[in-house]
Design a protein around this ligand. Structure first.
Ligand SMILES: Cc1cc2nc3c(=O)[nH]c(=O)nc-3n(C[C@H](O)[C@H](O)[C@H](O)COP(=O)(O)O)c2cc1C
Length: 178
């Protein structure tokens, strides 16, 4: 699949063919692509928590209510940032941490790599929702410095996802002045 075509045709997939499982090597390939994302100061602060246990995937909805379709998934990947490793500043005048941004970019690579392999995926939010972050940390015994950014739900698509009409809005581009 051509990269540009892949970017335009990737859609969130929420209905899965429950008879088909994603192989471990495909999951590793997808995560490899995620690890090639850009990251602030090239810190690569990401960690990938892979869930394939049906009970755990089904239980995710108790922590993040818009993940109920994970019950039919083949795998779920929590893309987490190690906030101690991310490019950050903790000074009196400014405090910031690039963990969420780096993990967002890794998540998009992950979605596109899955799509390239014919695997459906949906990005579901974790950070910046404090209750979801705390719920996932508790559910999977994650250390406090491991901050889940996305819950990526994966499986082979049940149907061909519907494509939107053209999303391109030229009025969103501001050439040289607002
Ligand atoms: C930050 C973020 C959080 C999202 N959270 C959820 C979610 O909890 N559940 C869900 O089904 N989809 C979620 N989505 C997917 C969006 O609904 C989806 O990307 C959007 O409707 C556009 O559709 P597309 O991905 O097919 O282009 C989320 C997307 C983003 C970027």
């Amino acid at each position: 699949m051509d990269l540009f075509e892949g970017i335009l045709t990737r859609r969130s997939v929420r209905q899965f063919d429950t008879t088909k499982k994603i192989s471990q090597s495909d999951l590793e390939d997808i995560i490899r692509a995620a690890q090639y994302a850009p990251s602030a100061h090239n810190k690569q602060p990401w960690e990938f928590f892979v869930i394939t246990d049906k009970e755990q995937m089904t239980a995710l909805r108790h922590v993040q209510p818009w993940t109920s379709f994970a019950k039919d998934a083949s795998a779920v990947i929590l893309v987490c940032g190690n906030t101690d490793e991310a490019f950050s500043r903790h000074k009196e005048d400014e405090t910031w941490n690039y963990s969420d941004i780096d993990c967002s970019l890794a998540s998009e690579n992950l979605l596109l790599a899955a799509h390239a392999k014919g695997i459906g995926a949906c990005f579901c939010g974790a950070a910046p929702m404090p209750k979801v972050i705390a719920g996932l940390q508790e559910m999977f015994s994650l250390p406090k410095n491991i901050r889940p950014l996305s819950i990526v739900i994966l499986g082979y698509p049940k149907d061909e996802p519907k494509q939107p009409t053209d999303r391109f809005k030229p009025e969103k581009i501001h050439w040289n002045k607002w």
